[in-house]
Design a protein around this ligand. Structure first.
Ligand code: NAD
Ligand code: UDP
Length: 324
């Protein structure tokens, strides 16, 4: 079976492509390397079932033969990018997703879109179930992404009802792990980068904002199960273990210091909260458990341990890990 992965040179894309190749699929990746890496592509380039097409999904798409499934992941995901390139992100979410849906219709392929917890905005209720309609500011620094992903879901609904496209919608909550870019801008790689470089970790706000972090392999397993399920409305894919960001910063500082053999951890500096940064986020994952038989398995301590090992190895720095 041939499967297309858009955004396959990115962080989650890498883990998904690996899973699909390991199960014997033929995998085609569309990516313009905007936030992904050529290294992630080189990792698979000798695999006989892997094809990479360098393209921007906002433009005319390259020809592909028969494909049965499309995992549509192409879109920057780091909030740092939202302020840098809001128009390009909106175009990617709307025109890019529309191009992918048209391809899905043409090829009769099922399409899974990587939607997000950001469709709930700064939620006024917790945990967030799929029924929650969100609290999104449509005129602010995060709106290109939040509203972009909401329009992508809206397009999925329209293509399903108007064109009979089979759609799957994953609302992904914060994922982390190896293959993120060290200077991606998201919390976990930023914290690891600062700790490795001996700089203070920067936390926006008072450190009490919460997130639930899921490890990459759990997340892509959830996407894979959803794609192969019968469920055609949105499903939350995330960990439900809620933690304050300040505590995560402390955990990262401790793990890095331990692995680098340092007696002291780097300290944490608090800066003002960023505009529209959600203060609380936790998914209700009851639906994923029921319809997909899925729940995350990797605990945060274990996942951070593996992630820090990977970043240290990438930098050519030795790790004194207990689990290395
Ligand atoms: P990432 O930035 O590492 O990967 C995105 C990939 O898409 C990159 O390789 C990038 O080059 C490519 N891309 C972006 N715009 C493109 C375009 N116009 N044309 C072609 N390629 C393009 O991000 P990620 O963390 O791997 O996220 C993957 C998907 O999952 C995204 O759609 C994101 O919104 C969604 N998501 C991720 C998380 C998370 O925590 N990682 C949470 C919620 C949703
Ligand atoms: N954050 C932080 N310092 C950083 C990066 C992020 O304090 O260097 C905070 C961010 O403001 C948010 C949380 O960590 O409250 C998670 O941020 P991330 O960018 O990883 O994901 P988000 O949930 O915002 O999409």
């Amino acid at each position: 079976m041939a499967v297309l992965v858009t955004g396959g040179a990115g962080f989650l894309g890498h883990h998904l492509v690996k899973l699909l190749l390991d199960e014997g699929k033929e995998v085609i990746v569309f990516d313009n390397l905007w936030t992904g890496s050529a290294k992630n592509v080189r990792y698979f380039e000798k695999h006989p079932s892997f094809t990479f097409k360098h393209c921007d999904i906002r433009e005319r798409l390259p020809d592909v033969g028969h494909i049965e499934q499309i995992y549509h992941l192409a879109c920057p995901a780091s909030p740092d990018r939202f302020e840098e390139s809001p128009v390009e992100i909106l175009e990617t979410c709307f025109q890019g997703t529309k191009n992918i849906f048209d391809l899905g219709v043409k090829r009769g392929a099922r399409v899974l879109i990587a939607s997000t917890s950001e469709t709930y905005g700064d939620p006024l209720t917790s945990p967030q179930s799929e029924q929650y309609r969100g609290n999104v500011n449509c005129f602010g620094p995060r709106s290109c992404y939040d509203e972009g992903k909401r329009i992508a879901e809206s397009l999925a609904y329209a293509y399903h009802h108007k064109h009979g496209l089979q759609v799957r919608i994953a609302r992904i909550f914060n994922a982390y792990g190896p293959q993120m870019q060290l200077h991606d801008g998201r919390a976990v790689p930023n914290f690891i980068a600062s700790a490795m470089e001996g700089q203070s970790i920067v936390v926006y706000g008072d450190g009490n904002a919460t997130r639930c972090f899921q490890y990459a392999s759990d997340c892509v397993e959830g996407l894979h199960r959803l794609m192969n399920s019968d469920h055609d409305s949105p499903v939350n894919i995330g960990s439900d273990v809620e933690m304050p960001i300040g505590l995560i910063a402390d955990m990262v500082a401790r793990v890095v210091a331990e692995k680098m053999g340092q007696a002291n951890c780097v300290d944490v500096t608090f800066l003002p909260q960023r505009e529209d940064d959600p203060t609380q986020r936790q998914p209700d994952i009851g639906l994923a458990k029921r319809v997909l038989g899925w729940a995350p398995k990797v605990e945060l301590e274990e996942g951070l341990d593996r992630t820090v090992d990977w970043f240290l190895a990438e930098k050519g720095m030795a790790s004194g890990s207990r689990r290395a």
